[in-house]
Design a protein around this ligand. Structure first.
Ligand SMILES: [Zn+2]
Length: 180
């Protein structure tokens, strides 16, 4: 991803993870896909980003196996949209943690500039990235909503990984090994 040297072979797993998840544009692309924006134009208009920057991040996330490209029929033209893989969906606690940390420690430039992580099951905000701090249930993309006050009046249910036809067992990601 060209901003720096390749860290994918570093000895430390944090460095290898940051090789992918440490890029702000890539994280914002993942944010958009979790919000349900699968298509280039929709992601581009949300991020207000140059085509070349977005193209590079989408390609990187596909190469890294966090997103996959799916064809769709756009009024007779076949185009591509981007969906989460199980590997991409597993990045959700990382994104949640960034939001929760920023809400706790960084000043917001306006009353609307907030985003909350919500457990859809009990409808409450959580202050933990992978477990609902109200009811204790583990968070998955399927039971988590994000509420960005600048985007919508109500929380938005997150997108989940597409079931993989080649590996059906991956369509229901196990909650094993949530990060420390
Ligand atoms: Zn809950």
């Amino acid at each position: 991803m060209a901003l720096r040297s390749d860290w994918s072979q570093r000895m430390c797993s944090m460095a290898r993870g940051l090789d992918i998840l440490g890029d702000p544009w890539s994280m914002l692309v993942l944010r958009e896909v979790f919000f349900g924006n699968r298509r280039f134009d929709a992601i581009k208009s949300r991020l207000e980003v140059a085509d070349s920057v977005l193209t590079r991040r989408l390609s990187g996330l596909v190469e890294s196996g966090l997103l996959s490209k799916e064809a769709y029929d756009d009024g007779g033209r076949i185009r591509q949209e981007y969906v989460l893989t199980a590997k991409g969906e597993d990045a959700l606690p990382v994104l949640n943690a960034v939001v929760i940390w920023a809400e706790k420690h960084l000043p917001a430039p306006s009353d609307q500039a907030h985003m909350y992580v919500i457990h859809s099951g009990c409808g409450q905000r959580t202050s933990s990235a992978d477990t609902c701090t109200r009811c204790g249930e583990p968070l998955t993309a399927a039971n988590t909503s994000w509420h960005s006050l600048t985007r919508t009046t109500d929380p938005v249910e997150l997108a989940t990984a597409m079931p993989s036809p080649a590996a059906p067992s991956q369509s229901t990601p196990a909650r094993n090994g949530t990060a420390a």
